[in-house]
Design a protein around this ligand. Structure first.
Ligand SMILES: Cc1ncc(COP(=O)(O)O)c(C=O)c1O
Length: 442
């Protein structure tokens, strides 16, 4: 054993934390050691209300018995089965069950271990689909400014967050981006889809004309951009993207890693907006965040295009050691049962107007410049401190944690997305805590 490990069992240095201010954290660590339902418990024994469902993933609330027990049972019964050329019943059962809640026509499911892997899988399916159909000249992928599609190379290439792209070289070639839809001047303080901006979908027409539509394989968007600060789409925008894609033989991919599994008050954002993509990317709420797992949904048209050629050959050269892992599959099944038995998607739908009114009541509070809500998602945009962008929101985050509330920040935007079991009283608590913090912030 390493000598230092013996001497300093709780040394924080070794763990290089993801997407974190490592040095700041290690000076004043914020540690969770337990969780139940709507609350975390800190290392010093305080309860912290979860205003963000962990990282937008714990949609059913924490340590739910059905999910915990399913994982325990599965770990004792069948811990692992090879993912390639072998199967186990729960992966098939989960895929079948998922297709019953998916938008009509999305009949096939490919399992991954994360949102980022689901994005790569979806992009590869799109490219390989066209090639399988003898249309290999369709190699371009179109994303959108301010889009977040995870952190792998395909995802950051189609993604549109500068800070996530600029350090990593040339990225994928053959990628272009539509403009983002954020327009606070015209759409300030919005509830639901925004009023203005449907014309921004015509950017796809412009890009298609520039490259020639016959070179474009797919367009990928988040129905509601989440990580970049909660940007709901303009009314009619997604429908228009669907029309343009249909017109030009382009596949439409929805990245529903945040919006999936009830966050919008419907199973998926595709249901909320009445627009069905050809490929749908999910993760997070699939297993309630408890075990890493992602699922990519594809239409029969796409799946069938691969099911040709000699039957002993692998049709799609792609997959992960842990695709459909038994314990993850068991967690997914128990999560789905929890959502359905407790009517959590309907609960989120019923709460949407209550949530919207409560968050919008922060209008006029010190530093607040815009508020956006949709489903059980909210964003409160703050005026940046002169010369120190992100500092004010980060201070709010640290203060909120000290006062017993977990929020998330991106830039100078506070993002909220509580578990779907949140009560009206807890929504009030979130708002009151934030109000006090914002009023006291420099
Ligand atoms: C829309 C979207 N896509 C992809 C991802 C990446 O998911 P993961 O962190 O599981 O790789 C995220 C994560 O927040 C996301 O919000």
């Amino acid at each position: 054993m390493n000598e230092q490990a013996r001497i300093v069992p709780n040394n924080l240095e070794a763990f290089w934390m993801p997407f974190s201010a490592n040095r700041q954290f290690k000076q004043a660590p914020r540690m969770f050691v337990g969780a139940k339902d709507m609350h975390y418990v800190t290392a010093d024994g305080r309860r912290v209300l979860d205003g963000t469902a962990g990282l937008w993933c714990v949609n059913a609330g924490h340590c739910r018995p059905k999910i915990t027990e399913a994982i325990q049972r599965q770990a004792a019964e069948l811990d692992y089965a090879p993912a390639f050329q072998m199967g186990h019943p729960k992966a098939f059962e989960l895929a079948s069950r998922l297709t019953t809640i998916a938008p009509e026509g999305l009949d096939h499911v490919f399992f991954t271990n994360s949102g980022s892997e689901s994005v790569e899988t979806a992009l590869k399916i799109a490219l390989a689909y066209h090639r399988a159909k003898g249309d290999g000249a369709r190699f371009r992928l179109i994303g959108r400014e301010r889009g977040y599609h995870g952190v792998n190379f395909g995802g950051i290439s189609v993604g549109g967050i500068v800070g996530n792209r600029k350090m990593f070289g040339t990225l994928l070639t053959g990628v272009d981006h539509m403009r983002h839809t954020h327009d606070p001047e015209r759409n300030g303080y919005s509830k639901g889809a925004t009023e203005h901006g449907v014309e921004l979908a015509e950017d796809l027409v412009r890009i298609a004309a520039l490259h020639d539509p016959s070179t474009i394989a797919a367009v990928i968007v988040e129905p509601v951009a989440g990580s970049t600060g909660v940007l709901p789409p303009p009314k009619g925008y997604l429908k228009r993207l669907r029309e343009i894609c249909d017109q030009h033989g382009i596949l439409l991919i929805f990245d529903e890693v945040i919006t999936g599994y009830g966050r919008m008050g419907t199973a998926f954002a595709a249901d909320y907006f009445g627009v069905t993509p050809d490929i749908m990317i999910t993760a997070k709420g699939l297993t309630n965040g408890v075990i890493p797992m992602g699922a990519v949904f594809a239409s029969a048209k796409i799946y069938d295009a691969f099911m040709t050629g000699p039957e002993h050959l692998i049709e799609f050269a792609h997959g992960y050691t842990y695709s459909g892992n038994p314990i993850a599959a068991a967690a997914g099944l128990a999560t789905l049962e929890t959502y359905l038995e407790e009517g959590l998607f309907e609960r989120a739908k019923a709460l949407e107007p209550v949530w919207a009114d409560a968050i919008h009541s922060l209008k006029g509070t010190r530093h607040v410049t815009d508020i956006r809500t949709i489903g059980l998602i909210g964003a409160i945009e703050l005026e940046s401190m002169a010369g120190a962008p992100t500092k004010r929101a980060f201070s709010a985050f640290v203060k909120a944690f000290e006062e017993g509330l977990l929020i998330r920040t991106t830039g100078d935007i506070i993002a909220l997305s509580p578990p779907l079991m949140v009560s009206e009283a807890q929504i009030g608590e979130i708002v009151d805590t934030l109000k006090g913090i914002l009023q006291g912030l420099e």
